[in-house]
Design a protein around this ligand. Structure first.
Ligand code: ADP
Ligand code: ADP
Length: 225
C-alpha cells in the first residue's frame, strides 16, 4: 500500500478549468472520498491519478514515486468504474484473470489470486458463468474482483455503486468498507452522494468548481457544513 500526493495539479480543457492548482495528500491505507456536485472536477482528479489524463501543470506521486507522466499500467493502481465493462464473451473467471494474463503472471498464481478474490467477494460459485447470467450486484462484484486480483497499492473508484438499486447500494457500501479493512489498502472513492461520502470515508474532500473546499473526517465535515 502507498499514499498519493498531488502538488499544484491543474487540468484545463479548452477554456474549462476542470481542476485548479490542487494540493492533496492521501495517506497510506485511508479511505478517502472525493465528493461534490456534477462537473466539479472529481472524475478528472481521479483520472489524473490513474494516468488517464495528463495534468496541465503540477505533479502526482504514488508512494515516493513521481508518476505524473507514467502510463496507467506502470502506476500500481486499479480502477473500478460505474460501468462495469465486463467482457461479455468471457466467463467470470476469465474476466477476472484477463489483466493478470496480460501481465504474463504464471497460470498457478492467476488461479490462486482469482479464487482468493472470488472467496472474499462471495462469487466463487459464479466463476463459470457469463456476465449476462449475473445480476447487477454480482457483475459489480466481478468488476471489483478484477481490480482486487491485481493486488494494487491504490484502488481508484468512480461512482462504483451508482448503477445499483437503493437497497443493494446500501448493502454494498457496508461490504466495501469491510473489504477496505481486510485488504488494508488505500482507496480513493468518487461520489456525488453525500450520504455515501459520510458513511464510507475515513476522510472526505469536498470539491466545488475545480477547487478543494473542505478536507476533514466525516465528523469534522458534519460539524462545519
Ligand atoms: P465530476 O466528475 O465532478 O462530475 P469532471 O471531472 O467529469 O467532473 O468534469 C469537470 C469539468 O471538466 C466539467 O466542466 C466537464 O465538462 C469538464 N471536462 C471533463 N472532461 C472533459 C474533457 N475530456 N473535455 C472537455 N471538458 C471536460
Ligand atoms: P462522470 O459521471 O464521471 O462525471 P461524465 O459523464 O462527466 O462522467 O464524463 C464521462 C467522460 O466524458 C469522461 O471521460 C470525461 O472526461 C468526458 N467528458 C466529460 N465532460 C466532457 C466535455 N465537456 N467534453 C468532452 N468530454 C467530456
Amino acid at each position: 500500500m502507498a499514499g498519493v500526493r498531488l502538488e499544484g495539479v491543474s487540468k484545463v480543457f479548452g477554456n474549462t478549468t476542470a481542476v485548479a492548482r490542487t494540493d492533496l495528500e492521501i495517506k497510506d491505507g485511508e479511505f478517502l472520498v472525493l465528493v461534490g456536485p456534477s462537473g466539479c472536477g472529481k472524475s478528472t482528479t481521479l483520472r489524473m491519478i490513474a494516468g488517464l489524463e495528463t495534468p496541465t501543470e503540477g505533479d502526482i506521486y504514488i508512494g515516493e514515486r513521481k508518476v505524473t507522466h507514467l502510463e496507467p499500467k506502470d502506476r500500481d493502481i486499479a480502477m473500478v468504474f460505474q460501468n462495469y465493462a465486463l467482457y461479455p464473451h468471457m466467463k467470470v473467471f476469465d474476466n477476472m484473470a484477463f489483466g493478470l494474463r496480460l501481465r504474463k503472471l504464471p497460470k498457478k498464481e492467476i488461479e490462486a489470486r482469482v479464487k482468493e478474490a472470488a472467496e472474499i467477494l462471495g462469487i466463487a460459485h459464479l466463476l463459470d458463468r457469463y456476465p449476462k447470467q449475473l445480476s447487477g450486484g454480482q457483475r459489480q462484484r466481478v468488476a471489483l474482483g478484477r481490480a482486487i486480483v491485481r493486488h494494487p497499492q491504490v484502488f481508484l473508484m468512480d461512482e462504483p455503486l451508482s448503477n445499483l438499486d437503493a437497497k443493494l447500494r446500501v448493502q454494498t457500501r457496508a461490504e466495501l468498507i469491510k473489504l477496505h479493512q481486510r485488504l488494508e489498502t488505500t482507496v480513493i472513492y468518487v461520489t456525488h452522494d453525500q450520504t455515501e461520502a459520510m458513511t464510507m470515508g475515513t476522510r472526505i474532500v469536498v470539491m466545488k468548481d475545480g477547487v478543494v473546499q473542505q478536507v476533514g473526517t466525516p465528523r469534522e465535515i458534519y460539524n462545519n457544513p
